[in-house]
Design a protein around this ligand. Sequence first.
Ligand SMILES: Cc1ncc(C[n+]2csc(CCOP(=O)(O)OP(=O)(O)O)c2C)c(N)n1
Length: 540
Amino acid sequence: MFVECLEAEGVEYVFGIPGEETLDLNEALAKSSVLFVPVRHEQGGAYMADVYGRLTGRAGVCLGTLGPGAMNLTTPIADALLDSAPLVALTGQGDLERMHKESHQYIEVLSVLRPITKWNARVNTPRLIPEVVRKAFKVAQQQKPGPTHLELPEDVMEQEVESSPLPVPDRVRHPLPSEEELRKAVELIRGASSPIILAGNGAVRVGASQALRSFVHGTGIPAAETFMGKGLVDNREDCALGAVGLQAGDYDMAGFDEADLVITVGFDLVEHAPEHWNAERDKRIVYIDTVAAEVDEHFVTAVDLVGDIQRILSRLGKELGQLTHVGGSTRLRDVVTGRLEAAKDDDHFPMQPPRALLDIRQALGDEDILISDVGLHKLWIGRMFPAYEPNTVLIANGLAGMGFAVPAAVAAKLVYPNRKVVTVNGDGGFLMNCQELETATRMKTPFVNVIWENQQYGSIVWKQDKKFGEHFGVDFTNPDFVKLAESFGLPAWRIEEPDQFAERLEHALTLDTASLIVLPIDYSIDVAISEELGAETVAT
Ligand SMILES: Cc1ncc(C[n+]2csc(CCOP(=O)(O)OP(=O)(O)O)c2C)c(N)n1
């Protein structure tokens, strides 16, 4: 019954590791249309579910057994919460009759996961299954999406039950705000002397990129993006102000200092705090999203347009027409893309980030996907890597947990088998979930892993050097990554000179297997670019 409900929800994969307490569920999965994908660490499986959810809008499903299996799921569940990815986590549990006492592997998982899920519940009786499964998916998928969790006691899951899944609606529709609110927004925008747009993940989640582009073209108001909003507007166009958030100076250079009005479109405060662009609290804010605004002293909105983002943008666009006064500045984009383009003749070795990013950009098509792990490389990618379509640069930016990229790539290839996928990892984060290279091999998901190797936790070095003028507790040695990959049966290469990287990458992207490229990296120029753009405003 439980698995029939998963089928009714359209579940394609369950990523996880079974346990003695999930035997009946796994048995039923084996006989269903749902593919159970065994992973090599529950964290890897839950990141796969998270990214499946980000890319499809339908909840990805992960499974862990009771106690240790459930504990291993926590980090990606928290990631799904803070990055608003729909995810349903399933965990096994001992019999109902042993939960009140000290007993083997029993942890009160419901309480552990409650603060990092939107909703969770124990399936106390099989009769509840259709309701709780429907609720788990509904809550996970509705805006803002996020993780839910069901705990499945062993004795409940082995019982027989006669029932049927509840019907699953096609899609959820969001309403339009009232005429009065729409009119107020039009008046505010028309009356502004220097309006600017800040677009974020909320617009990506509901597929509002086209509507945003039409609004930007129609009104002439340019748009800056958050790291997770990259690609909502094509970075090659002048109305794209680039990705802001790394440094206070980024906002100024994109024109926020002169803006009297900011239209936020799907802006999640979890990505970057609004105080960095509204320190004086003097900007008018027109808020557009599917859910009500978060409260923040630097984010007091003048009007809240809550509902269907596409329809709101198209209504406003029609009423406004082309505006004569618009804000924004392309200074940030010019500096960043200037640096990127200048890197084509850069023959430094170890390679510096702009050249590495330029080579990757040139190897990928508009719809191909770059996945960043977390570290200094993420900050480089977040600001500098040009994106042309939404959801083509995947960045964990709310929780920002290292170890995201490799499992994320497995999911990205399952969702988009025809797109090229590259991961960029630090040598720290890569080792956190590299065990999923085995899953990638087994699942035949080809993608290229690039490790920026510097034998340090780079972003912590960066912060320590700035704060204390020295660094400590951040150096390590690495295994031979080439041999490590080869032991998984994957082709791998170490880059020895700058021109090799583009060549190897291009070749690796033609293979039908995952692969790995070790790229020695030189982070020394980062300080210079940050001085140019002011003090940093984000934590990695
Ligand atoms: C799971 C987890 N642990 C610790 C951190 C804190 N942290 C953020 S970046 C970073 C260093 C990353 O080093 P590396 O993976 O080598 O990438 P680099 O910064 O060198 O590019 C650390 C320790 C984190 N974000 N996630």
